[in-house]
Design a protein around this ligand. Structure first.
Ligand SMILES: Nc1ncnc2c1ncn2[C@@H]1O[C@H](COP(=O)(O)OP(=O)(O)O)[C@@H](O)[C@H]1O
Ligand SMILES: [Mg+2]
Length: 509
């Protein structure tokens, strides 16, 4: 790809003069922060977006990839971040969609299943052709997507953040499969921002930053720190500094919480745990195993459950969200656009939205504007919010800076309990590290923190204690987060291992 420039219809320049080349038979990493332009660049190689400038050459010859059908004719296949399978159909049906084998004019199911079985064996991507996609785990769905590209003749396989949704075991399996494909002569583009994966799997790496190509390196010549410096443009501290936690009195106590969803399915099963002051308790698990439900219950957004949630010894069941906040609960949620912010409001308005009614910000019947302005400016500075000023509409900020504004509000109301639900999802490394270190600071200042994260390295690194959830239940509890490896966590996440009720009971006292 030569001098590729892509301007989206809203005028946003997502790629600017990008040069990107891959060698036959290599696994090539394409890395960059969220929004750097990785997916955009690969969508142009797959024909689902068109470059405004530049050329694409395959084996030295210029080609025009007008749509994905053309891409696949050139042997280019892509597995998107969000899978595009038909859930109600079988694996075999999905594999042959658009190229269904026929017998006397009718769809030949047996032939489709034979194609699926053959491909599955040839590429060592083990799936059951007859299984319905809706019943498959994420890891298996991904195998189907990869097979779908391969049976269509892909020689170059683009994988857009394939490991974002996988457990450590599934990731390991994927890497073996990809190395195996490489051995058979296939070429892989691996998009990721997990640098240890890039180091482990790839031969070369191309780094994008803000739509520009920053460099391409042989993996053996660069460290993770080198790559992250290229991604961010400056040195970032990749580790968290923290001392051992000192647990004090209990702040949050969750007792025997059960919940059935609208369809009558039990989504939380007898969940009990507690968090003392001075401790970060992390909840890990594959998404959809009860983490969001428990977070909604504790943060007061859902009251339809059995059991008890207490904060500072008081049941929260009948508290309004404001009462909950006044009783010491702060909440930073992944879904900041829905719960965290008012998009049309300014940065200042978003920061003061929880406290304008307090006495210290009032002057007679009016708000003390000077005092408010001063506080807001101080917080913008302290939380490193990159903006044009406190009156800028918050929706103009990047995801990372929006999240910092939410944090500036939530982390400064002297909460006893901080609920951080996927606090760094989709935001840049700099902001992520900043927020993680802030959680540790708050802990050291005596708060209790509940951290829910699908990012396994985040939850393991930041937490003092760990719970793993699987199928709505607590499947493991670790008093010392340091005592456990990612692999072992993966076993509990997948439900391959389960602690006894006695072992888990330690979580609740
Ligand atoms: N269809 C679109 N219209 C306008 N802007 C877009 C569109 N798709 C992506 N963008 C913007 O282009 C930038 C690069 O996006 P993307 O290529 O998805 O980044 P990455 O995959 O590296 O996270 C982002 O800022 C994103 O908001
Ligand atoms: Mg992307």
């Amino acid at each position: 790809m030569e001098n590729i420039t892509k301007v989206y219809s809203n005028g946003f320049v997502a790629n600017k003069n990008v040069n990107f080349s891959i060698h036959e038979g290599e696994i090539h990493a394409l890395v960059g922060e969220n929004g750097a332009g990785k997916s955009t660049l690969m969508k142009m190689l797959f024909g689902s977006e068109k470059p405004d400038e530049g050329r694409i050459l395959l084996h030295g010859k210029e080609i025009h990839i007008d749509n994905p059908t053309v891409a696949i004719q050139y042997g280019i296949g892509m597995v998107h971040q969000h899978f595009m399978l038909v859930p109600s159909l079988s694996v075999a049906d999905n594999l042959v969609i658009g190229m269904e084998p026929k017998k006397k004019g009718f769809y030949d199911v047996a032939k489709a299943e034979a194609i699926a079985r053959e491909a599955s064996e040839k590429y060592n991507l083990i799936v059951d052709p007859k299984a319905k996609v809706i019943d498959l785990s994420v890891g298996l769905k991904q195998k189907v997507e990869i097979l779908k590209a391969l049976v269509r003749g892909a020689k170059i396989l683009i994988l857009d953040e394939p490991t974002a949704v996988l457990t450590p075991q599934e990731t390991k399996e994927l890497f073996i499969e990809l190395k195996n494909l490489k051995k058979q002569g296939y070429t892989v583009v691996f998009i990721s921002h997990k640098l240890h994966e890039v180091k482990e799997l790839c031969d070369r790496v191309t780094v994008l930053r803000a739509g520009k190509m920053i460099g391409v390196e042989e993996i053996v010549n660069v460290s993770e720190q080198d790559i992250s410096r290229m991604m961010v443009g400056r040195d970032v501290r990749l580790n968290i500094d923290k001392e051992r936690a000192v647990a004090k009195e209990t702040v949050l106590k969750v007792s025997h919480v059960n919940k059935a969803n609208a369809l009558g399915k039990q989504v939380l099963k007898d969940v009990s745990f507690q968090i003392p002051r001075g401790v970060i308790l992390g909840i890990a698990g594959v998404e959809g195993n009860g983490q969001s439900e428990i977070s909604e219950i504790i943060s007061g957004m859902d009251r339809d459950f059995d059991g008890e949630v207490e904060v500072n010894g008081k049941s929260t069941r009948n508290m309004s969200v404001r009462e909950l906040r006044e009783n010491g609960v702060a909440h930073i949620s992944e879904d900041r656009m829905t719960y965290g912010i008012v998009g049309d409001g300014s940065i200042a308005e978003n920061i003061i939205s929880d406290r304008y009614y307090k006495k210290k910000f009032q002057k007679g019947l009016l708000l003390d504007q000077k005092k408010i302005d001063h506080m807001v400016e101080e917080l913008i500075d302290k939380f490193n919010v990159k903006c044009d000023g406190k009156d800028q509409p918050i929706r103009m900020l990047s995801g990372g800076n929006m999240q910092k504004v939410v944090a500036a509000r939530e982390f400064t109301n002297h909460a006893d309990l901080i609920i951080a639900n996927q606090p760094t999802r989709g935001i840049d490394i700099g902001a992520s590290m900043f927020l993680r270190n802030k959680l540790v600071e708050l802990r050291d200042a005596g708060a209790s923190v509940l951290l829910i994260s699908a990012d396994l390295s985040e939850v393991m690194e930041v937490s003092d204690r760990l719970i793993v959830m699987c199928g709505g239940k607590i499947s493991a509890y670790f008093e010392n987060a340091e005592d456990i490896t990612e692999e072992e966590m993966g076993l509990y996440m997948l439900g391959l291992k389960q602690m006894t009720p006695e072992e888990i009971r330690r979580a609740s006292n």
